[in-house]
Ligand binder design. Structure first.
Ligand code: 5AD
Ligand code: SF4
Length: 471
């Protein structure tokens, strides 16, 4: 019998990937995706714990789901509520205590065991142990990440034009502000052969672009056919040979793991897009040290120079944390200076949020909220102006765009330029999944508008990336 599954995803792209895998693993049990929680037999909140706000959202959303569960119960329908992801990992006990109507709480490394967990809850419910009653509830926050990838079923038969592929999970860097090493565990890279096999499946299922995902993706390492340990640059070169794969991206990287082979790949592998997300967090040496980043401001600038030497049109994006404990006005200004000297195409910036259990949370000298907010606004003005300038500078250019999805307006598709800019274009749906030359005509609030570039007599210009030279 067909049942409905509603998954709400918070946080990073790895959670988006995980949500897809949870849907895959539940499909054989008869669960089909729905976008409406009111008709769902199972609701999963796939949560994020990176900042306090992200974690808080889960509890307010749970309140809404509780009401839906009660309304459905009045109609005689049973609803399983599950909390997955990093909040489940970090605050599992707290969730079961605060939200007794939640049936299942399980961490990121347990998704392959979902069918068994669902069966356990369903059985207990059917035996009258009481839906939501203590005896029927599941709390799973074990770690062994290897098992998860080995035992998850293959990715589903259809893939989006721009697909995600997790190649690496967890992190050993222990930046002093970050919960990831605690919620996702130690660094683990999937075997090269598995990654290549999944990439072939994704392209076979319709993906034209793959974004390789990992909390510290450029720490990726795996054995090649001769048993030699190879890095992300090698993996990208291997992927470039996968039939039908036109574009490769990767995120998120750590400056310390930006090795020569990866940088060189940007100049040599045409399918590797000229866009790198490389978080720096701060431009002040003392703060970088206190964050345990393992690199200084000059190291970061040197990496940017090497990337630009490998590929002159590379665009950059970064993450910034404002108001790390002890950050002085001069240290904040050092971050502003770094931003000015690099010039970012886009960026993410956050107020420092103390996370329980991380070393920075217990430092004295926490920066007052108002000061964090004021500095963040200044930084975001600068980053916003850089993003606008980057987008405006691309107007008038004709660039290859991968059409990824239909737009909100009828007859409109949304695609991305090599530099990750979203573009809205009037185009037939038949072009989904294709890379087509588009002339960028207008800058919108957070995206661009464009039109299909035509060459006299030939109709839509086809810019399949494999045939293009790197500028
Ligand atoms: N407070 C604010 N921002 C944080 N990030 C990670 N931990 C915290 C925190 N405690 C940001 C970093 C990281 C991004 C994913 O989230 O900038 O790169
Ligand atoms: Fe967190 Fe990234 Fe630092 Fe790892 S490298 S601890 S994921 S910020």
């Amino acid at each position: 019998m067909s049942k409905k599954l509603f998954i709400k995803t918070y946080g990073c792209q790895m959670n988006v990937y995980d949500s897809g895998r949870m849907a895959d693993v539940l499909a054989p049990l008869g669960y089909r995706p729905t976008s409406s929680p009111e008709e769902a037999d199972m609701i999963i909140l796939n949560t994020c714990h990176i900042r306090e706000k992200a974690a808080e959202k889960v509890f307010s959303e749970l309140g809404r789901m509780r009401a839906i569960k009660a309304a459905r119960a009045d109609r005689g329908a049973r609803t399983l509520i599950a909390v997955a992801g990093c909040v489940a990992q970090a605050e599992g006990q707290e969730i079961t205590r605060r939200a007794p109507y939640v049936d299942m709480v399980f961490g990121p490394q347990t998704y392959h065991r979902l069918p068994e967990m669902v069966a356990r809850v369903a059985r207990a419910g059917a035996n009258g142990a009481g839906a939501g009653g203590k005896s029927s509830r599941v709390l799973e926050t074990d770690f062994p990440v290897e098992a998860k990838f080995d035992e998850l079923p293959e990715t589903s038969a259809s893939a989006a034009p721009a697909a995600f592929l997790t190649v690496q999970e967890g992190c050993d860097r222990f930046c002093t502000f970050c919960v990831v090493p605690y919620t996702r565990g130690a660094e683990y890279s999937r075997p090269l052969a598995d990654v290549l096999a999944e990439a072939r499946r994704l392209t076979g299922a319709g993906a034209s672009e793959i974004t390789l995902l990992g909390q510290n993706v450029n720490a990726y390492h795996g054995a090649d056919a001769d048993g030699n340990d190879r890095g992300l640059g090698y993996l990208i070169r291997e992927l470039a040979a996968v039939e039908g794969l036109k574009r490769i991206r990767y995120t998120t990287s750590h400056p310390r793991d930006m090795d020569e082979e990866l940088i060189a790949a940007h100049g040599e592998v045409e399918a590797l897009m000229p866009f790198v997300h490389l978080p720096v967090q701060s431009g002040a040496e003392r703060i970088l040290m206190a964050m345990n980043r393992g690199h200084g401001m000059q190291d970061y600038l040197a990496i940017i120079d090497r990337l630009r030497a490998a590929r002159s049109d590379i665009a950059l994006s970064s993450d910034f944390i404002i108001g790390f404990p002890g950050e002085s006005e001069a240290e904040f200004e050092a971050t502003m200076d770094l931003v000015r000297s690099v010039g970012f195409a886009q960026s993410y910036s956050f107020k420092y949020s103390p996370r329980p259990g991380t070393p920075a949370a217990s430092l004295a000298e926490q920066v007052p909220e108002e000061l964090k907010a004021e500095r963040l606004a200044r930084l975001q003005d600068l980053l916003g102006a850089q993003q606008d300038a980057f987008n405006k500078a691309s107007l008038g250019a004709t660039v290859p765009v991968l059409f990824e999805r239909t737009g909100r307006k009828k007859g409109q598709l949304v695609g991305r330029t090599p530099h990750m800019q979203a573009v809205h274009i009037e185009a037939p749906a038949g072009l989904l999944g294709r890379v087509v030359d588009v002339r960028l005509t207008r800058a919108l609030a957070n995206s661009l508008a464009g039109e299909i570039a035509t060459r006299p007599g030939t109709g839509p210009a086809d810019a399949e990336i494999a045939g293009r030279a790197i500028a």
